[in-house]
Ligand binder design. Structure first.
Ligand code: SF4
Length: 315
């Protein structure tokens, strides 16, 4: 069974070569409502385990200088792979300049071994969909051993000592974690997490269960409910309908002050005349571009120093 897939061109992470740490079946400690894999009972550990040697042999055949990032993922949760520490050591011996990344649901950070192992990676993406135990249980349907309070504490601790690029991803499900109360709780927790970028997403692919995502406009409204200092990025725009609204110069500056936007966002939100006004603000350096790990944001010059985030250049 092949463990390597891609490379895939990812907007957020660049050219990514994937390693599937559970290629034969879904093995996960969550059974999320929105999972793109079929529903399945949760597990606390992997039963079907691939040898490290096999993965490294396959990786050597596919690794080349065009790959930006080697992404550890799985049909399920990659941190359940029992040889993760050894595997990362072996990858680090052969990866050269290529970055390493793991996409995890965060729950295994409560295991000290995994907590330490993830620090060996260049980039880590942690999911955090909810803070309230009842909402967490409804959306992510975790294994009975997992408590969201413990996970949140470990995510915060991890962010304080981790030296690489840390991404947080929140996936919004209509009617569950998109309430003001839950966003307020997420905001409170995020202010105590040292993240390079916080990606807000919603359901973009057919989900395991009968749930629906939220619209791009709702995501944008939610993005404005988070503290200005957080490095929020709207990551889902599959079902986006152009807004084409008119913004004055002052409104453009205010909007970007509240929430820096990428050109993709601006094309959806601003009408043509407003985009021209934005160009003039860029020409006169009232608005500048700031790159945060592969993505270019527009931000008022006046607040470029203010944003609460890890400096991506420091990693
Ligand atoms: S953590 Fe990922 S793989 Fe596991 S159920 Fe949720 S979406 Fe699916």
């Amino acid at each position: 069974m092949n463990t390597i897939f891609g490379p895939i061109n990812s907007r957020r992470f660049g050219s990514s070569l994937g390693i599937d740490l559970s290629p034969s079946t879904k093995q996960c400690n969550f059974d999320c409502l929105y999972c793109e894999l079929a529903p399945m009972a949760t597990v606390a550990s992997q039963k079907e385990v691939v040898e490290v040697e096999q993965i490294i042999e396959e990786l050597k055949q596919h690794l080349n200088e065009k790959i930006d990032v080697i992404t550890l993922t799985a049909n399920g949760e990659p941190t359940l792979y029992p040889h993760l520490d050894q595997l990362i050591d072996e990858i680090n011996k052969i990866k050269g300049q290529t970055q390493t990344l793991i996409l995890t649901n965060s729950a295994s950070l409560t295991d000290n071994k995994v907590f330490n192992t993830l620090q060996k990676l260049d980039q880590v993406k942690l999911s955090l969909d909810a803070i309230s135990p009842d909402i967490f249980k409804k959306i992510d349907r975790p294994h009975e051993s997992i408590k969201i309070e413990d996970v949140v504490q470990k995510v915060q601790e991890f962010s304080k000592i981790y030296k690489g690029k840390l991404f947080i991803e929140i996936l919004f499900v209509h009617g569950l974690n998109d309430t003001k109360e839950e966003i307020h709780k997420l905001n409170h927790v995020l202010l105590n997490i040292n993240a390079t970028r916080i990606d807000l997403g919603t359901i973009d692919r057919p989900p395991a269960y009968d749930v629906v995502g939220i619209s791009y406009n709702e995501l944008h409204d939610i993005s404005l409910m988070f503290d200005k200092a957080l490095p929020i990025h709207i990551a889902s725009r599959n079902h986006a309908q152009p807004n084409n609204s008119s913004y004055t110069n002052e409104e453009i500056l205010n909007t970007l002050d509240k929430r820096p936007l990428t050109m993709d966002d601006i094309s959806l939100l601003f009408d043509e005349a407003s985009q021209k006004r934005l160009e003039k603000l860029i020409d006169t350096e009232k608005i500048v571009k700031k790159t945060v790990s592969n993505l270019e944001f527009f931000i008022p010059h006046a607040n470029i120093k203010r944003k609460h985030q890890k400096d991506p250049q420091s990693t």
